[in-house]
Design a protein around this ligand. Sequence first.
Ligand code: SAM
Length: 222
Amino acid sequence: MNLIQRIILNARIKPLQRMLASQFGNPTGLLGGMLARLMNKGNLIMNTGVVDQMGLTPEHHALDIGFGGGAALGLMLERIKDGKVIGMEMSADMIDKARVTFAEHIKTGRLDLLEGLADSIPLGPSVIDCVSTVNTVYFWPEPMAAFKEILRVLKPGGRLVIGMRPREVMERITLTKYGFTIYDPEDIVRMMDEAGFMEISHVLMKDDEIGYLSIKGMRPTA
Ligand SMILES: C[S@@+](CC[C@H](N)C(=O)[O-])C[C@H]1O[C@@H](n2cnc3c(N)ncnc32)[C@H](O)[C@@H]1O
């Protein structure tokens, strides 16, 4: 983490903390654009690890929920050549930004961008091979509804890979007091199990300065 990231994550003034926290949950405007660039850098190792865990093939149809600055989309486009990458966001500003960054991939039909929410995905049933979502679960108002919705859009045998920071890391960051829900991996595993996922596992990845959790599950084949 560089100095600017440390200052932002640990801002001391309460209204500033609230404002920054809400920007991480829904980046908008000029500040949202700046944070998106910072997140692309700060979360690159995490996004790379999650995309690696997806086991993508060139033909896959993959969905990233809450792509922010689009780090995961770029990594997926490197791996998926004949299938489709779909990025979904609740922030119209992040979608506009991605439309510029990935204009060429949108033009050639390799990338679709959708406005939507994790608990209301604008896709039909059983169309996606793999779903990823990185640093977004903290902001989902209805996580159970979201897990059921992800299960609905996954093909039988399709996988979900979640990237999130561990509780001890989140609790060290001052602004997570405002509007973030902090989970233990067991909370996510329980909700995924209740929603109907199988082969659920989680692992703590320690290959960056602060570490992250990768949580995986599969839609049953029958
Ligand atoms: C902290 S950012 C993470 C961005 C990116 N995934 C990364 O790792 O750098 C969280 C993103 O999730 C989006 N988001 C938050 N809640 C969401 C929801 N319920 N459905 C879809 N996207 C959501 C926000 O708009 C924001 O861009």
